[in-house]
Design a protein around this ligand. Structure first.
Ligand code: 5GP
Ligand code: ZN
Length: 111
């Protein structure tokens, strides 16, 4: 439900988060509990519960998220070292915030 959704509140600036990027369709901010030195969340402004709830009309949003991920990876310095892009889907898939978001995770030290 958008009214109770933490990421809708962040998008609407009703809850704090430093936006590393913002455009008409999405925002990017750091994960509050980073799983790696770089852990960004790419969040569409439209409330969509999960990948399961994507409609055909949302395909522009999904492709947009991947292009922003490409740019944020470069900006974060992980483009060449590599990174993970991840959608958790529903409880069994590890999703805890039910507003679609793409994790960009990387920046591990070289072995
Ligand atoms: P999920 O498991 O739903 O795919 O990922 C949700 C992510 O959101 C988690 O990694 C969690 O640490 C992050 N998160 C939850 N609440 C907040 C918050 O209020 N601010 C920020 N920046 N990240 C959050
Ligand atoms: Zn939401």
């Amino acid at each position: 439900m958008p009214g109770e959704c933490i990421f809708c509140k962040i998008v609407n600036r009703e809850m704090p988060a430093e936006f590393l990027y913002e455009d008409e369709a999405c925002v990017v901010f750091r994960d509050i509990h980073p799983a790696a030195p770089v852990h960004l969340l790419l969040v569409p402004k439209k409330h969509i519960r999960s990948v399961n709830d994507l409609k055909d009309e949302d395909k522009g949003i999904v492709s947009h998220l991947f292009l922003i991920a490409r740019d944020m990876a470069k900006q974060s310095g992980v483009r060449d070292s590599g990174y993970k892009l991840l959608f958790n889907v529903e409880k069994g898939g590890g999703q805890v915030i039910f507003h679609l978001h793409l994790h960009l995770i990387g920046g591990w030290k070289k072995p």
